[in-house]
Design a binder for this molecule. Sequence first.
Ligand SMILES: Cc1cc2nc3c(=O)[nH]c(=O)nc-3n(C[C@H](O)[C@H](O)[C@H](O)COP(=O)(O)OP(=O)(O)OC[C@H]3O[C@@H](n4cnc5c(N)ncnc54)[C@H](O)[C@@H]3O)c2cc1C
Length: 400
Amino acid sequence: MSRDIDVAVVGGGPAGMATALAFLKAGFQVKVYERYGHARPAGNILNLWPPPIHALASMGVDTKDIGAPCHSTFRNAAGRLRADLKMPREITDKYRGGFVGLLRPDLYRRMLEAIPDGVMEFNSRVQAIEDHPDHVRITLADGRVVRAGILVGADGIDSLVRAHLWGDAPKRNHDLHIIGGFTFERPPGAEAGKCVLKHNRYVQGTYSSILSNGRQGFQWWFVEAWPDANDAPAKLHEHALELARGFQGPLADLVRATPESNMHRWPIRDRIPLPRWSKGRITLAGDAAHATSPYAAYGAGMSICDGYFLGQRFHKVDLDDAAAVARAFEEYEACQRAHTTQQVNQAYFFGRLFHHVAFPLNVLRDLVLDWTPFLQWQAGDKNPSNIIAQLKVMGPGIVP
Ligand SMILES: Cc1cc2nc3c(=O)[nH]c(=O)nc-3n(C[C@H](O)[C@H](O)[C@H](O)COP(=O)(O)OP(=O)(O)OC[C@H]3O[C@@H](n4cnc5c(N)ncnc54)[C@H](O)[C@@H]3O)c2cc1C
């Protein structure tokens, strides 16, 4: 049967925009259906590892000076080094630092600039999906019906597409929240080119360099245990300042320099990873596939890489050939599923380790973190090398 478009994408966040760009690059017609009237960044603070930077550049997104290159360290509250994130020299040279600090709206703007007119359909909420052997039928809230060769659900943690494929399951509450913000002031002690992740006995307090439209600044955030059922702190700014007092260094000054309009709070939730993402002519990408705690600082990065792999694995695939479609989905999952599952689980583990270990075991934990190479091994060596290894899986680009 004839179809209206090759690829329908539900959701216009980082996963949806990346999926659109990668499929366009691979030669397909694409439409992205986004429920809101514009691409709506959820908050501001963001860091990107090298694989998403490589993916963005391959999709035609301008990555020049997209953010501030950062060298990252884990430290205790007094500043004692616990782990130094190791990146090979050729990677930091090529990707301008191993971890780039930026503001989320800048990323969205650059991605949108690379997407041709007519691809993004805003104010288009997808309401229902029907799978057929040779197409997917999509019904939009305004009554329109679209027939697509394949459908990618990039509709975030509360994904309708995920629920359609794999049933509904509750989100996993971490009983943590993150409070973050940014400023273009430069208080004494805040060092450009650094991401300094500190933990005291209960709280993570971090700052990282950012670059936004040529302006240097800093983003900061705190993670602390906070029962999901509790209301948000009534006075966010004061609460953040109180948390900052638990750390030596520039955090308190950074919070003071941040207007409330540049601050946000998010309860932390994820989903237990799925054993499969794709069924028939439908798959998942981004948080719909692997909603992740911000402890990974990689949810948007993995979402962008999902899009990259989808475009790469579908290049030259005939969408009328159901077996070829199934093979391409399998290859896509083979590139990303184990990697993202490991990241989701590790981020969940770090949230438990740093915020849900009760006294006196948390004293023992801190002795281990201060005096053994555990954190260096896990967060300083193993995790960056797992992430860098994805660059090899990605190869030089979407289209050979
Ligand atoms: C505080 C915080 C800090 C973070 N820090 C980092 C970081 O440093 N680095 C990093 O890589 N990641 C980070 N993340 C994670 C990152 O924000 C997410 O993983 C990323 O936004 C996921 O992108 P997505 O496109 O899959 O989903 P989303 O960004 O949630 O986008 C989904 C889109 O789908 C649309 N949609 C939903 N349902 C429908 C429907 N039925 N019809 C049409 N449209 C629909 C929504 O409106 C939305 O625009 C952080 C997250 C938080 C909360």
